[in-house]
Design a protein around this ligand. Structure first.
Ligand code: GLA
Length: 378
């Protein structure tokens, strides 16, 4: 990939890059829609990633070429307030990160940037967080900040989502992409941002099946869920739903907001329990917790879709008590994650290929992942 990136850079800008950065995508094992409720999540980084090569410019222009988009290009100036682009919305993550770095006090130079990656689109594996972190590390390094703090980096990526992409996301995707530990999932307390590595037991495989139903244009639903959770927290008089370990009686709260809160309160407890089960190598317990998580996403949070429920049921039937499966990510499409013994992967793959087709009638993309390390300069 690095060779393709260097070639793209040379071809586009007529010289070699000065430096490059990479950042991984992620898959969330459990803890969905808990991050913006100050709760717990348990994601790991994956080998699929985004890379950004960079070279300083003497003016204040940032020029970008995107290898995955057929070499699409765009440019913006650091001299003006940076605005989101309507023509090249894919570049808004980079624009937003540049804006955030300047806001954080970095003296950014102009830059030529080339981007490539191997993340499947619309799978909900956080290609945008990977781009934000890789671009952020590269731009910070050009400004002389070689060891840019990874939590700060993640917060700048999240700010770019809020201000440049219109998604009021939590911190999970950016933080795990920035701070992941190879071979481990990361238990993140999204209030303190404390990250604890939870090594995956030997022989446990992480299997991801892309439903082929692309996420996209769902920010409205996402932001609505967030508002409903915040309304529920206000109703119960707490700063965030994280502060409830037991769900109180509704006391007049609208039933939809109550159901959303039920998911979040349960999911926080399930996530902490799942980290324990993972540490103990208790795959049966892990499978139960994943099944409960999926059911709550379907019944209380209303973010799954019937074909995804079917795909999850198929995997759960195949895996039995040797692991588990659930939809992963923001919802309304995207991917399903399964945890299972490595020796059972081929059987599960065969079951998925026999029993599931994407909406276009194709075999789904199946990835078997080993948890990767977080973002770094190359
Ligand atoms: C998206 C958001 C995350 C998180 C998940 C749901 O991936 O970017 O912050 O809220 O959805 O768990």
């Amino acid at each position: 990939m690095i060779d393709a990136l260097t070639a793209l850079f040379r071809q586009s800008f007529g010289a070699a890059p000065e430096l490059a950065a990479r950042a991984p995508g992620r898959v969330n094992l459990i803890g969905e829609h808990t991050d913006y409720n100050d709760g717990f999540v348990l994601p790991c980084a994956i080998s699929r990633q985004t890379m950004v090569a960079a070279r300083r410019r003497d003016d204040r222009q940032v020029r970008i070429v995107a290898g995955d988009l057929g070499g699409a290009t765009t440019a913006f100036s650091l001299a003006h307030p940076i605005e989101p682009s309507g023509d090249a919305p894919w570049s808004n993550y980079v624009r937003g990160v540049a804006d955030g770095l300047i806001d954080a006090g970095l003296d950014l130079s102009g830059a030529d940037l080339a981007i490539i990656g191997d993340m499947p689109q619309g799978a909900g594996l956080s290609s945008s967080a990977a781009l934000e972190n890789a671009a952020g590390l590269a731009l910070a390094a050009l400004a002389g900040e070689w060891g840019f703090d990874r939590t700060r980096l993640a917060l700048i990526g999240q700010r770019a989502e809020h201000r440049f992409a219109g998604c009021q996301c939590g911190i999970m995707d950016q933080l795990v992409s920035a701070r992941a530990v190879a071979g481990a999932a990361l238990l993140i307390d999204c209030r303190s941002m404390k990250c604890t590595a939870v090594p995956l037991p030997d022989g446990l495989a992480v299997m991801i099946v892309h439903s082929g139903i692309e996420r996209g244009l769902v920010d409205g639903e996402y932001n609505l869920r967030r508002q409903q959770c915040e309304a529920a927290a206000r109703h119960f008089g707490v700063a965030a739903l994280r502060d409830l370990s037991v769900l109180p009686e509704p006391g007049g709260l609208d039933p939809v907001a109550y159901a959303r809160a039920r998911h979040v309160v349960g999911e926080n407890a399930r996530t902490v329990a799942a980290a324990e089960a993972l540490r103990a190598g208790d795959l049966a317990r892990l499978g139960e917790l994943m099944a409960q998580s999926h059911a709550a996403m379907r019944d209380d949070f209303a973010i799954t879709l019937p074909p995804i429920d079917d795909l999850v049921a198929l995997l759960q039937d195949t895996i039995g008590s040797h692991g588990g499966a659930r939809m992963t990510g923001g919802g309304f499409g995207g991917a399903v994650v399964a945890l299972l013994p490595a020796e059972e992967v081929e059987r599960a793959r065969a079951a998925v290929l026999a029993g599931y087709r994407t909406p276009a009638g194709r075999a789904p993309l199946i990835m078997v992942e080993a948890p990767a390390a977080g973002a770094n300069l190359i």
